[in-house]
Design a protein around this ligand. Sequence first.
Ligand code: SF4
Length: 701
Amino acid sequence: MTEQEKTIRTTCPYCGVGCGVLATRHPDGTVTVAGDPKHPSNFGRLCSKGSALGETLSLDDRLLYPEIDGERANWNDALDLVARNFQDAIREHGPDSVAFYVSGQILTEDYYVANKLMKGFIGSANIDTNSRLCMASSVAGHRRAFGSDTVPGTYEDLELADLVVLVGSNLAWCHPVLFQRLEAAKAANPALRVVVVDPRKTATCAIADLHLQLKPDTDVALFNGLLAFLAEAFVVNDSYVNRFTQGLEKAVEAAGPCEIGQIAENTGLSRQDIALFYKMFARTEKTVTVYSQGVNQSVVGTDKVNSIVNTHLATGRIGKPGMGPFSVTGQPNAMGGREVGGLANMLAGHMALENAEHRGIVQDFWQSPVVADRPGLKAVELFKAVREGRIKALWIMATSPVDSLPDADGVAEALETCPFVVVSEVTRAADTVPYANVLLPAAAWGEKDGTVTNSERRISRQRAFLELPGEVRPDWWHLSEVARRMGFAGAFSFEGPAAIFREHAALSGYRNEGSRDFDIGAYRDVTNAAFDALEPFQWPQPAGMLPADTRFFAGGGFFTESGKGQFVPVVFKAPRQTERRYPFSLNTGRIRDQWHTMTRTGKTPRLTAHFAEPFAELNPIDAEKLGIDPADLVTVKSSYGAVVVRALLTDRVVPGEVFVPMHWTDQLASKARIDAVMAPETDPHSGQPGSKFTPVAVAKA
Ligand code: SF4
């Protein structure tokens, strides 16, 4: 390495694996990246997206200056205008007439400031996030079972297990480094079995000993049947259940008897495969069940989560090496956002909005004039409120809802009619940008500084290694400056991310004597230099208790009122059906080499080479019936909207189903925003949209 070259330890900005990255800046301005061998989540591994990060740092589409109504403006005028419009709306229509819609892409420090401003100073809980589209069902399921949003295990558990069940998770494409770890563990341990539960034959099936290709949204039937099987075969861990849990009988009663024939009919699986899976699960003590968006993105997502968690509570396989239910998050900081209360139904520090004592703790700590005392609007209902004129001022940060929310055309119409829209963004290539009255240029990966939390509760530093270009500023600064102009200068006088992290850590430990799961009080006095040097660590780390136990619930200690883990009775309901006009079931998701709306991954040819254009996976049997040949253009249409994409004929999907990736925007390809086709139906507990099922019609374009 030459003298001018400098290597910085940072974290990948893409998926929830949260890999450590070494970014080296060279004298010619180029940046190369490598996996950080010292990071305990990836040990030097990277996937295709992470290893291409250095090729995605160009400024060609960047927003470099604030804009008001499409014209360049100075920061003072832009921030004054934002503060004035929010204040006017609050004065005339009350605090619930304004809202923030933020993102799992922003850092924990940005999230903390946004949440503090909205819930503690504006006095509304109208702050929701695109994590609602990603994780909300797991959050709701965790809170029902554990009394807190706690992931009990750690990545190492996948390597220590003898059975890994992957439910609704294409780990190979969506969490590739975790998949690499599992692949290596399977090679090293021939006894390790992998079961994939997924309606689609994904790349993850390459390492599956058993693929359960069930009908969409029938997971509850499969896991209720498993719970009944465990009860009937006396595999229940009575000692764990009696000491540490409540409600097994009611959950077993709700599950009904283990009638394999009925389960086969409900799920579309063969009796043999169901029986084989149940026996494997029953006989394997070291079992981890990993679940992701196929579970969460469903109108019965929370019930799916609890049907899985019930089976682990019943066997006592939770929080022990190689055992547990394990939710893997989609985004780089979905967990960090949850830690600071970045959802419309949560408070900071994993405290509960509906709990008066928790509200008192937060308000006292913040010394704030008010604290929101009822849940705000969740993502889909928030944009419905915008459309109905109930939201007068909206601030969107680091996400493009006109691309990513269901009924995306309806979201675009909502933004058109909203009296005042602020967008904090990195790029002009987001379809939401044209709807902004005020555009605020935000710092991107490589320029930002702060922390993120990955799926195993590991907090890592994202460090800056590039100067802020133009007049770009980080999101926490945008928010603090507006807060200051709204009259809250004292509470928002942060000098930088270290100061915000200290406050966040202090709040997590405030009046928390083990009564809440999230506690990083050990870091409440961290100096700026120590924050700069912060090594990745897993929470909890309460003050005076280093290092922490990295697993939860092996010996009870749940965060429910009774201190016991709760079985949740879950009743299987037959999934929604397709219709005569719309006979196909639409499934959406990620592809291996792209991230969200491709504003970064789309910049490098080696990533776009994987799939150069949007497509619809169709079974050849359906294609023949519809007269569709390979690579034909096809229309995929619902009652909400339509896309025109290339047909990809494959047996990865079964007849009657169609899969379309979520990444393409209007700026990338005409008529390829699949979220414009998706129905805005949500889970009643979590508010998460069912992004894996919309009835659609498919025809040659
Ligand atoms: Fe980044 Fe996820 Fe790939 Fe790791 S697995 S390099 S976090 S995209």
